[in-house]
Design a protein around this ligand. Structure first.
Ligand SMILES: [Zn+2]
Length: 95
């Protein structure tokens, strides 16, 4: 699905609606000592108790597309999540 380059949305800093520009969101690297990782280490590296496996959950086939919206007035950024699951979402090249 094609998503428009700019979206008119509320800016918390300006306290009004402005034309935000959308950028692609790239998640950073996972933390080495996150809660889940610590739990995994505790269950696997400490003492006896055999192998520990996280319970298998069915993986979702689609994702909610996330972008970064930047306000042109104050240059503040925030997440812009489209609350609908879809396989592919791209920012339109032309408008
Ligand atoms: Zn603003």
């Amino acid at each position: 699905m094609n998503i428009p380059k700019s979206v008119k949305t509320y800016c918390k800093k300006c306290k009004k609606h402005t034309e935000h520009r959308l950028k692609t969101f790239k998640p950073g690297a996972a933390r080495a000592m996150s809660k889940g990782q610590r739990k995994h280490l505790k269950k696997t590296k400490h003492g006896y108790g055999g192998k520990f496996k996280f319970p298998i959950k069915p993986k979702k086939q689609t994702k909610k597309p996330t972008f970064i919206a930047e306000c042109p007035v104050c240059h503040s950024k925030r997440y812009f999540v489209i609350p609908k699951r879809m396989k592919k979402a791209e920012i339109a090249a032309k408008e």
